[in-house]
Design a protein around this ligand. Sequence first.
Ligand code: ADE
Length: 429
Amino acid sequence: MPPLPSPGDAAVTGRSEVRHPELAEEGRARMVWARAHMPVLEGLRRRLAPSSPLAGMRLGMVLHLEAKTAVLAETLKALGAQVTATGSNPLSTQDAVAAALAETGVDVAAWHGATPEEYRGCLERVLDARPRLVIDDGGDLVALLHGERSEQAGEILGGAEETTTGVTRLRALERAGRLRFPMIAVNDGRMKHLFDNRYGTGQSVWDGYMRTTNLTVAGKTVVVCGYGWCGKGVALRAAGLGARVIVTEVDPVAAAEAVMEGHRVLPLEQAAPLADVVVTVTGMAGVVTAPHIAAMRDGAVLMNAGHFDVEIDKPALAGASRSVTRVREGIDAYRLKDGRTLYLLAEGRLVNLAAGDGHPVEIMDLTFALQVRCMLRLVQGEPLPPGVHPVPAEVDEEVARAYLAAGGWEIDRLTEAQVRYRSEWEAGT
Ligand code: ADE
């Protein structure tokens, strides 16, 4: 692979480029811990690795590069794939994990704090490996395959998208008639959004907040902007931790759901002055803007859990400030010209990944088992046409059954009489 445009002092290890190869042992330990709590993915590896179902497949992966992701990459490699991996956000890459993963034979090009140019170079690096399969998180790799690297789009057998933002971008491409290959919307799988988006984000956002601030959630007024699956989880767990939750929404159905769940619902302009903590989780740009900043309480905390760092208007925050200082790791104090101070966590990037380890391990076990199953579907099933495809229902069900089995949970089966009863309804008799 050619060198990156500006790799800084990244270390080249074999075909990989990582920042701190000396941290590999620490990264390995994190991977061992994660793997030990990913029984569904491990079950797939144990059963499938002997037959190498992905033998010879070049696979390009752009995912938040932390320990669970490394376990996924290792699993895909054990199934025969040649994997090239980079991170999907420069602040979520863990250098120790990148170093450890590079030692497993996966090609890695990623480091924490990569500049936008370096980040882009790492995406290019993934495409330089000429992948036939892609796993994307947020849609940047697929965007490149429809832009500057569109000459490679025809080589792609298919891929899978991890997150809501990425699926939104894919659907826009599809609507415009431009999507060149099949992409499975893993995000929309039942075993994904009901768990990862809701319970995963619900826990990891508050984990990121608590690690970073060492402050309580209990007794706080928390404003959750956006009540999609992620917002539902963030609000649910905030309430569970003892916060008073206010939800802001633009979708009346989602807002009605928040009301019925017991949350207060207000426009953000009315909610902002009440907030101790504001968390954005909308997938939209320009959510917390100058008027909200002007109305917020002294000492309020701002954080984002959406994919891109565009939900909190950082230029407006900086413009309203006379100084910005780092007061604790991951916390910037914006001293406003009127004397108030607002605290921004993780530079407005995904707080759960930039200031934490991402979702809990058992949650990513489910999501990444879906990813593996979807890769197998692309390789083994009837070829899929270009477009956005759902996770096959049997894949969701298989992952759910494996999760239940790993936890020792059993469920009922329909009796023969019930099967007959249902088929009579279905036959209209
Ligand atoms: N860990 C790896 N990928 C992740 C994601 N998309 N969200 C949260 N945690 C993750």
